[in-house]
Design a protein around this ligand. Sequence first.
Ligand SMILES: C[S@@+](CC[C@H](N)C(=O)[O-])C[C@H]1O[C@@H](n2cnc3c(N)ncnc32)[C@H](O)[C@@H]1O
Length: 184
Amino acid sequence: MSILTRKLLVTLPQETYSKFRLMGSFIEANYLYHMASKGGNILEVGTGPGKSALLMAQALKDFGVDGKVYTIGWESDQQDYANVWKRLRRYPELIDSIHHESRKSEEVHQNYPDLAFPFVYIDGDHSYEGVVKDIINYKSKVAPGGVIAFHDTNKEEVARAISEYLGWELCAEVHRIKGYRCGS
Ligand SMILES: C[S@@+](CC[C@H](N)C(=O)[O-])C[C@H]1O[C@@H](n2cnc3c(N)ncnc32)[C@H](O)[C@@H]1O
């Protein structure tokens, strides 16, 4: 656990953590909740079951801040995509705050404006090549002073891609998530 954890201002309520049946690290969820609570549009690569997108949308709602979660997730079969929507629709109060694009991140980066997102969260393809592509395609989306964060930075390939291609200052280290500030 790093200094960042101690600096967190916002505490994720236990009932919100339970609401989305989040698994794994509470402090990672707390970090995402905290970042989203600041407001502004959020860009996520790697929708998966939609838990992180839902959690961040919940933070926008809880704090009454403007913003939307743009989540990009490619699944290997259509059934998985249907399941994501089924899951997201279970939370009608959040659905307007989530825009889900079911495509590979490398195919849609042009759809998102540069310098527009205070928070970009990369949790898609965790191979070295996948993370390199996401850094190249999505680094430019971060607003000045904003943060790009990566999940699973404990994986060697993820860590190597970041160290070779990002070049920004580490500003947050919360279990497997590392955040880096734009403009450093
Ligand atoms: C670890 S999961 C994401 C979990 C999600 N962030 C959550 O917490 O609920 C990673 C997801 O990224 C997807 N993925 C893999 N390669 C991708 C790519 N090139 N573009 C977009 N999504 C991709 C995988 O299919 C998987 O659903």
